[in-house]
Design a protein around this ligand. Sequence first.
Ligand code: HEM
Ligand SMILES: [Cu+2]
Length: 619
Amino acid sequence: MSTAYAQKNGFFAGLWDYLTTVDHKKIAILYLIAGGFFFLVGGIEAMLIRIQLIQPDNEFVSAGLYNQLLTMHGTTMIFLAAMPLIFTLMNIAVPLQIGARDVAFPFLNSLGFWLFFFGGVLLNCSWFMGGAPDAGWTAYAPLSTTSPGHGVDFYVMGLQISGAGTLIGGINFLVTIINMRAPGMTYMRMPLFTWSSLVTSVLILFAFPALTVGLFLMMFDRLFGANFFDPSMGGNHVIWEHLFWIFGHPEVYILVLPLFGLFSDIISTFSKKRLFGYSAMVFATVLIGFLGFMVWAHHMFTTGLGPVANSIFAIATMAIAVPTGIKIFNWLFTMWGGSIRMTVPMLWTVAFIPSFTLGGFGGVMLAAAAADYQYHDTYFVVAHFHYVIVGGVVFGLFAGLTYWWPKMFGTMLNEKMGKLAFWPFFVGFHLTFFIQHFLGLMGMPRRYWKFQPDQGLEIGNLVSTLGAFLMAIGTIIFLINVVMTTMKGEKVSGDPWDARTLEWSIPSPPPFYNFTQTPLVRGLDALWVEKRHGNGKMTPAEPLGDIHMPNNSFIPFMMSLGLFIAGFGFIYQVDDSSFLILAIAGMAITLLSMFVRSVKDDLGYHIHKEDLEKGAGSE
Ligand code: HEM
Ligand SMILES: [Cu+2]
């Protein structure tokens, strides 16, 4: 067992460090870079869609390309942008909020990232290899099973690899939050972000296997001649819809619940008050998580489930408004009478509340099954889900990145620039999506390439596109802020927001072992308790001792690379069976890496007490 931890410098040493890292804080940065990149790709796709719809009968992109852009925009935003950026936040904050040195399985954390990354790259390779998937992000059969070319095959293989990464990541956080909490951190003292990450991890554990199964069946239908979804051969395509939405509906809660938790932390921090109704908030989070699973068939009202099933799913769906309402009111009550500081994270949070509530109203309208026969597959739906996904998830990501930026990088994003980014994005968001409710009610169908001049849809579409440009401007200003902040590199203290939870009790950025000594938690908002009733510092729960750390490893990268190579093999063996060699070679790389991992003893290393006293690893 080695005890040395040499710090090498230089670009390649740094690159190698990131390729092999198992440190949750560095993995958070990897998720940020990859997720941020895919967010820009998805955003460009959105802009191209909106430019196509800026005027009637437009010929900016062809119909086929439009289908690809639409499919890739939705798929990219959900799987390759929103999910990884949420993993950024969970990775940076969860271990620190519970007083842990890392996640439960650091090796798996790295594997989860690389699987997501290679899956996303594989999916996007389709653009350069004969065309992207074009059957919508929902890939409904039989449209998807009969779509020509290899686009949908890339969807199947890319999402399978990427989804495995998410599943692994979710399980890791589940175990981490259950097992790794510092002494005194009972369940009812966990910060709300950690609570909602726990519920989210449970949702991932139950939802993603449905996607895995669906994608496997689809893979066999498309690549190996099976007929699970082909009615003419005795299959049933409604099965795909069920499997997809048993995954897909919980997925939207997987995306939004962590941000609900984040908003709770932000609101109590910047109102200088304990969260109002803490236990009701926890209960509401769990209830939303549970109900999120019981309502998937509201996506299938029009498939002929029958009036009884439709009514049950309609009522279950509407019931979600109750715990969500409890949350909204508790946020408002927390702010009520607080001494509010309108920082940039707080600004996004305050903007989120009415925006998301409007999205919720649209959701309740859609939940009325009879009415959904009118709204179904119109722009009303597009308006609704962007209200919740952008107004909830994207606002939350901006809030969370700004809030935890100092913890991640030790520098603070500029507040003025932050506000300058917020306003165009916020105004643009409402311009883009509010009017789409009416376009939908006027009969504009979803996923259409063109509309016609005499339909009265011109102005609405024009406004919507102009709004999208404003959002793009906001995003660019945010990026400029990131670049400028990084170049300036002004250092901040460990607790620049005067915050309440454990992550702010250590330096920014934290040393790689996080806590020199595990802290003792004496109440909810552990750091705040010490600020009020102590000397403002956490009391250690243990004497200073050696810290055990895991070694870096290149194996997660190799395992994922193998699957990436095998993916091409599986896809192209349909045309030419010699591609099976690629499938076999790729699987061999993966299996060999797994074998090496199993037989090689990797016991990690220790940081010695004496080195800790000298301040090893902290800046
Ligand atoms: C940032 C500005 C955004 C704009 C301007 C935008 C615009 C659009 C447009 C025009 C459509 C096509 C609707 C249709 O014809 O059916 C669409 C679909 C979609 N968008 Fe966005 N979007 C944005 C952000 C997002 C984000 C952040 C997410 C998710 C995290 C997202 C998820 C989706 C999904 C899932 C679809 C459905 C795709 C499909 O039907 O296959 N969008 N978006
Ligand atoms: Cu749903």
